[in-house]
Design a protein around this ligand. Structure first.
Ligand code: FUB
Length: 744
């Protein structure tokens, strides 16, 4: 006969009670399905992955609670930023990784190009806190330790989670460097367990605040008591160790928070409470309170899922970086539109607007979505630096922090200071439609300080700021026509009345003016819809004085050949050449409000009129022969076709498809320098082909063997070519696809 000691019996009874409480919690949650609690989703989810690695033992103890799954996105990349997504279970489950949130959060992350790691962790029945967070920290270190093997990009690792998973994701973000929570699960202690960002979906982040600041705590603390192993009442101070809010400090990473206003499991006040504490500590954070959203239910629409991936993207690209593009489109790290180019401090500075995946709708249609600005610079129009986020909607004192309406901006220099003008939607009670704001910096790339109020006397969109040769600065904008005025000395208001500039122009002016001066002539240029139901052309008028009167001259760029409804532009003279910056939707063929900046040269006739510009793929940048030359950005094409390399990732660029004999592309102005190359290197695939590669007048026939996958081939050559040359690739026989070619 077995005899039980009374504590053992008590413990067992408590376990049973907790289990019942857990089940009761779970049953009550069934009223709001579609969330992450394991088992409530249909098991057959089409996960948008290209590869899956299941049941990896991250702790090395072969326990089910220490297994994880890895999903890689369909888009092709060498390395993927990573999100560790943690299921919700009120900490009761130790094995829900395979059933939670796959069709919602996980797929949204995969579609946006994130590798997703879904771990199990110890439940409250397996071990008490901090075992759960120690497991998650073990997973984070495991991701770093295994980055190469699973194509993880360790420069971005985020956590995300629903409910108790949201708690663990948030705690991982706020408790970086907290030794008591680190543990040694899986070892890898030489790696950090800090994360770069987190997404909290309906998480209980402050268990001492479940009554939302009410004087009496009426909350049923059963799940957290189960995970802590002791009762809440009388142990309130000790419970704080569980709270993500307990560890907030200014070194924490950005956190995006989603909470439903009708959440009946975790009180809706948890989201705003977390937001306020993070914001107070200076942590970048965004809060999405979902009207009518429950505990999982109604939370995962496209808008919320995109707000999460947009947030992660923004964090990743916030600091910018450098990249090389001499062809069109020129900005290849994110969407960009409405480019205003200026020469400051001897370089080209580009101030575009920044499109993101839309969460905005207008009359039921997906609409522009822009929440911050980046600035770019280049000395040679080939090597570009993204200086990162310079102005963000959340920091505009008069602006609506979630309107995503930061449309076309411009920048001007005055007395060594840089004034960045931008349109934005005002906060409730601070105006209607759009206002125009200004931010000031000592350098073109910032840091910018945003003025408290809008620029007085203006109102509308797309400000252009033009500095005349005598130093007078004008502001021109679009708002019921084109309007212009002198900017007052303080740069925050206009001087004198605004003048209507377009009254004599044909109807169809839409938006985005840009003014410049060439010689003694002033040019007022703007997007114009000349045809009923048409899209925007770019047109211009000329005058002898900045505020007119202007004489309409006509179109200098036709409607977009790819159907992009908008176009918006700027002119700049740099090192003796004139350039036109404009945009099309090259990296978003299905949605023309995710646009990309392009640049082509522009020439003027003797009388100052503009020779119409035909958009090219080749653009204006120079290349060295040893660069990867993307011949799909050709200067001339006969027969060959061009298509995207990866339909899941348009930013991967294009390929040239050769199918018919004599299909040919030419790529101009490639610098071979003083030394002739000894080999041709080509990334290609296909059924096998014979190609002729010509450099200037010299040619070389090459045979490409059949290869199903992209293959980098090296072909020796004795072509004696030096200096600036055009290259031509022509199909002689067979068929193939070429990504790039290079001469080394
Ligand atoms: O980028 C949003 C709006 O589209 C701009 O303000 C317009 O000029 C047009 O490009």
């Amino acid at each position: 006969m077995t005899t039980y000691r009374s504590e053992t019996i008590l413990l067992m009874m408590k376990k049973i009670l907790l289990l019942i409480a857990g089940l009761a919690g779970a049953i009550s949650l069934q009223a709001q399905p579609a969330g992450g609690f394991g088992g409530f989703q249909m098991p057959k989810i089409d996960v948008h992955s290209s590869a899956e690695f299941k049941d990896i033992d991250y702790a090395g103890d072969d326990q089910v609670y220490h297994k994880l799954d890895v999903y890689l996105p369909r888009m092709q990349k060498d390395f993927y930023p990573v999100v560790i997504h943690i299921y919700g279970s009120a900490w009761y489950s130790n094995n829900s990784k395979g059933v939670a949130d796959l069709g919602t959060i996980v797929n949204a992350l995969l579609d946006a190009g994130y590798a997703v790691v879904c771990p199990n962790h110890r439940s409250s029945q397996d071990a008490k806190f901090p075992a759960q967070i120690q497991d998650i920290k073990g997973v984070i270190r495991w991701v770093r330790a295994n980055a190469e093997k699973y194509q993880f990009d360790p420069t971005f690792i985020a956590t995300s989670g629903f409910s108790s998973g949201g708690h663990l994701a948030s705690l991982a973000a706020t408790s970086g460097g907290v030794q008591e929570l680190e543990g040694d699960v899986g070892g890898n202690l030489q790696y950090s367990s800090r994360v770069h960002a987190a997404a909290d979906w309906s998480g209980p982040v402050d268990l001492n605040y479940m009554s939302c600041g009410g004087t009496t705590d009426t909350w049923n603390h059963a799940p957290e008591e189960a995970v802590m192993g002791f009762s809440f009442v009388g142990n309130e101070e000790r419970f704080k160790a569980l709270n993500a809010t307990n560890y907030i400090d200014p070194s924490d990473p950005p956190v995006v928070i989603f909470h439903g206003t009708a959440d009946n499991v975790v009180p809706p006040c948890q989201g705003p409470h977390f937001y306020e504490l993070l914001d107070k500590a200076g942590i970048r954070t965004e809060l999405y309170m979902v009207e009518g959203g429950g505990h999982g239910f109604n939370m995962y629409d496209e808008k919320n899922l995109r707000s999460m991936t947009n947030f992660f993207d923004k964090v990743r690209f916030e600091k910018g970086g450098s990249f090389i593009t001499g062809t069109n489109p020129i900005i290849t790290n994110q969407f960009s539109a409405d480019p205003s180019a200026h020469v400051f401090e001897g370089k080209i500075y580009l101030f575009p607007s920044h499109d993101i995946k839309t969460v905005n709708f207008q009359r039921g249609e997906p609409w522009f979505c822009m929440s911050d600005y980046h600035v770019y610079s280049s000395e040679d129009l080939t090597h570009w630096t993204d200086h990162g986020n310079i102005v963000d909607q959340k920091d505009v004192p008069w602006g609506n922090p979630t309107a995503n309406s930061m449309w076309a901006p411009d920048c001007v220099e005055k007395n060594g200071k840089y004034y960045f003008y931008f349109p934005n939607a005002p906060q409730r009670g601070r105006g209607f439609g759009f206002g125009i704001g200004v931010a000031v910096a000592d350098k073109p790339y910032g840091p910018y300080k945003i003025e408290e109020n809008t620029v007085q006397g203006t109102g509308g969109i797309d400000p252009c700021v033009f500095k005349d040769n005598d130093g007078t600065i004008y502001i021109i904008w679009s708002g019921m026509g084109l309007r212009g005025a002198k900017l007052a000395d303080n740069m925050t208001e206009i001087e004198g009345p605004a003048v209507r500039l377009d009254e004599t122009f044909p109807k169809g002016q839409t938006e985005g003016p840009f003014m410049f001066r060439r010689g003694d002539k002033y040019y007022l240029t703007y997007p114009w819809v000349r045809l009923d139901g048409g899209t925007e052309t770019l047109c211009y008028a000329m005058s002898d004085s900045p505020l007119g009167p202007y004489e309409f001259k006509g179109v200098f760029m036709d409607e977009s050949p790819v159907g992009c409804w908008t176009n918006h532009h700027s002119f700049v003279e740099y090192k003796g050449e004139w350039y036109l910056f404009y945009h099309h939707n090259d990296f978003s063929p299905e949605f023309d409000k995710n646009r990309s900046v392009r640049v082509d040269k522009v020439y003027f006739r003797e009388d100052g009129t503009i020779i119409p510009v035909i958009p090219t793929w080749r653009g204006v940048g120079y290349f060295k022969a040893s660069d990867e030359l993307n011949i799909d950005r050709y200067s001339e094409c006969v027969g060959a076709k061009v298509d995207y390399l990866d339909k899941y990732n348009y930013f991967a660029g294009w390929k040239t498809i050769f199918t018919q004999t004599y299909d040919r592309v030419r790529f101009n102005e490639v610098d071979f320098g003083a030394k002739a190359p000894s080999k041709i290197v080509m990334r290609a695939k296909g059924k096998g082909a014979s190609l002729r590669v010509s450099v200037g007048n010299l040619g070389k026939s090459i045979i490409l063997p059949a290869c199903d996958d992209w293959t980098v081939l090296e072909i020796p050559t004795t072509m004696k070519v030096t200096g600036m040359q055009d290259i031509t690739v022509e199909l002689i026989d067979g068929s193939c696809e070429v990504d790039w070619i290079s001469f080394r």
